[in-house]
Design a protein around this ligand. Sequence first.
Ligand SMILES: NC(=O)C1=CN([C@@H]2O[C@H](COP(=O)(O)OP(=O)(O)OC[C@H]3O[C@@H](n4cnc5c(N)ncnc54)[C@H](O)[C@@H]3O)[C@@H](O)[C@H]2O)C=CC1
Ligand SMILES: O=C(O)C(=O)Cc1ccc(O)cc1
Length: 306
Amino acid sequence: MADAVFARVAIVGAGLIGSSIARAARDYGAARQVAVLDASPQVMDRVRELGIADETSGEAPQALKGADLIIICTPVGVCGAVAETLAPHLEPGAILSDVGSVKGAVVAQVAPHVPEGVHFIPAHPLAGTEYSGPDAGFASLFQNRWCILTPGEDADPRAVARLDDFWTRLGAKVEAMSADHHDKVLALTSHLPHLIAYNIVGTADDFGEQTRSEVIKFSASGFRDFTRIAASDPTMWRDIFLGNREAVLEMLGRFNEDLSVLQRMIRRGDGEGLFAFFTRTRAIRRSIIAQGQDTAAPDFGRRKSD
Ligand SMILES: NC(=O)C1=CN([C@@H]2O[C@H](COP(=O)(O)OP(=O)(O)OC[C@H]3O[C@@H](n4cnc5c(N)ncnc54)[C@H](O)[C@@H]3O)[C@@H](O)[C@H]2O)C=CC1
Ligand SMILES: O=C(O)C(=O)Cc1ccc(O)cc1
């Protein structure tokens, strides 16, 4: 196997994403050592039982000693506080990164705490499931998935290239863009779909007992897919919507306008308009498949038990 990209990676927050990185870094030889730090003693116990890390003292000074890559894998709302706690233990030349689903808010929170000589390079792997915690993680999570890096304009290109190598070793396809652009794109492609799923499942839940049980009983694949997304972690998604408020509200405004157009077509019996609209959206799906970007979509994140 090729040389490891990093000597020691320290993962802070060992849930779905952190524990997947820990497993993958070892399985694919991306780091010689893996240290894990989590605020929850239960999570630390579970990490020890699972045997997915070399350093599990649960203390920052030990975990960060000799770490040349530190990745914050907590909900985005606490990234700033976490960075502040880690700061005194970060070694010069180390790369500090994260995996938050929102980038602008993370940069604003974390950047003020990054010591001189430490490279801060935010990242976001576009891979996950509706499950949380260290038991939900798996090494192949990032295979053939995008990982977006959002380095600042003055970031050291060598540090960016090393982080790119790390994610590539984990199986990801890496692309860089500005944090602002990331947040706009993800507001539409990830955050808005989650909001729609939370909303439609909430609407079904507001029906009376009889209708609600029939919704569950007869739930066809469309609604069932929404319930999977709406089962995603409440803390994580609260933080995402509050962290990407502006872009999400902008996309929601556009969405509502387009929905009103569809509503009017239905009210007016405009079959031609509906047909033209659905033909346009079908073409988008087909072009995604033609580009080979639908690698695992049919059962994205599902377990056999689902
Ligand atoms: N779940 C998903 O599908 C994806 C999540 N992300 C991002 O990854 C991050 C983590 O998400 P998950 O792994 O799904 O969450 P998770 O809930 O599975 O894990 C988060 C972990 O952080 C720990 N934690 C919380 N506060 C902490 C603190 N102050 N110090 C140390 N540890 C702390 C928790 O104990 C927990 O073990 C989030 O920022 C999320 O936006 C990114 C891509 C996909
Ligand atoms: O489970 C799903 O369908 C997801 O969309 C997972 C996911 C959640 C959050 C992210 O920032 C990236 C991926």
